[in-house]
Design a protein around this ligand. Sequence first.
Ligand SMILES: Cc1cc2nc3c(=O)[nH]c(=O)nc-3n(C[C@H](O)[C@H](O)[C@H](O)COP(=O)(O)OP(=O)(O)OC[C@H]3O[C@@H](n4cnc5c(N)ncnc54)[C@H](O)[C@@H]3O)c2cc1C
Length: 488
Amino acid sequence: MNSRSPSTAVVVGSGPNGLAGAVVLARAGLDVTVVESAAEIGGGTRSFVRDGLLHDHCSSVHPLGAGSPAFAGLERHGLRWAWPDIDCAHPFDDGSAAALFRDIDRTASGFGGDGRRWRRFFGPFADDGDDAPRDRVGGEQNHGVLYDDVFGPMLRVPDHPLALARFAMRAGLPAMLLARTFRDEHTRGMFAGIAAHAATSLTGTGSSAPGVALIAAGHRNGWPVAVGGSRAISDALVAELSAHGGRVETGVTITDFSRIDADVTLLDVAPRAALGILGDRVPPRVRRSWSRSRRGPAAFAVRLVIDGDIPWRADECRRAGTIHLGGSAAQIAAAEADCAAGVLPARPFTILTQQYLADPTRLRNPPDQVRHALAYAHVPHGCSLDGTEIVLGQIERFAPGVRDRIIDVESVGPAALERFNPNNVGGDIGGGANDLRGLLARPRLSPDPYATGVPGVYLCSSSTAPGGGVHGMCGYRAAHAALRARRR
Ligand SMILES: Cc1cc2nc3c(=O)[nH]c(=O)nc-3n(C[C@H](O)[C@H](O)[C@H](O)COP(=O)(O)OP(=O)(O)OC[C@H]3O[C@@H](n4cnc5c(N)ncnc54)[C@H](O)[C@@H]3O)c2cc1C
């Protein structure tokens, strides 16, 4: 790479955060090159076709992506979201299920006596979060408390202080405490299942935060899939990058910063990898904080091809894009506690997605009976045991007879996830632990957590605020931090 122009940028890694950061820099007039070690762009947003079925490798449902400012305007490059009838279903052992809809009133009406409380807890965030004007002074857009404040570094002056205080009052609670404020096991289980996306102990302070954010985003934007596979998100980001003169080079692994010659560098990599790339250039205080940041539990993914739909007992599951398999709130909390303690749970919390319900382009053409699903269970960090049977057991628990319909199973354990993408260290797909310290100091407590201490170089992966998930906000904020520093 020989980029000697005074306004050049190199982005290492083409995950959604790397690409979102690249787009911000390219729109600001920098000459941007993204380098990606894999043969294909997209990191966690890659998709592939096998036997006529369109599969997502990793991320499949995007509650945080659909309303993200980092993805705004991508519809002009063909990005389209599609919603299933039910956004998320949570089945129980008695054959019943709770349902989450984009419409908060429809959701609340399914929760009986808990409905009013659900609306009171999450309703304030289902719109912009407050009544601030849409366009602020200076023309900057108001994206609401979720994207302006919650999805950013903790140490900053909030744009929506009252709404953020309201959010913090709920988010600061241990998830199990918040779950117990509901009377019905259905509501408790639904909340615990959503909070469990963070793969952290549900009794820890602040463990409600990811759940509250996912529910708020869900009632704002639903839990949609990208039409044509999750790769449509990265394709649209690359199209926007190209429209502003940027480019992507695949098959290039950066291991040494001396290979980079640019005014701005964004690293869409894990902190440990960033240390490897930057070496002694990283000041000791940053090095110390990075080495204190811990990884979270791992995922064990199972890709299923099935003859017909999964025979769920609860009708809600037949109509839902995302299904949480864990049972009661107490059972989910116990499974998450096991994972955090390094023990493989017998019934791990498992998230299953049926993208074809919202996006029939995932199925074969001409249409036939064959369906597919992606499930992943939370297992201990670096777990080397084969989790296929326990994941199938969790599906069978709520869909008896599913094993008889399986045409093909592919298992992707923690080690394979890391081989597929080095950012999934030890199978951790969230960019680091989501306990209180991981939420507040991501990867370090600073008004500019993206700065590496090396002039012009910023970390922008999901190991930075606001963390895991496909929303592009880590890259978006890191790129804005770089532009602010250049203006200074
Ligand atoms: C099985 C699974 C299911 C998931 N499901 C969902 C979901 O449904 N919804 C959701 O929102 N999120 C989901 N996620 C999480 C989501 O995929 C990640 O949070 C997201 O992709 C993180 O984006 P990123 O840009 O930080 O990094 P990544 O997407 O991990 O991309 C990093 C990229 O950098 C490249 N790279 C790393 N090091 C180097 C180097 N030295 N040189 C060059 N290139 C390098 C990697 O090859 C990779 O392409 C899932 C993840 C997994 C694994």
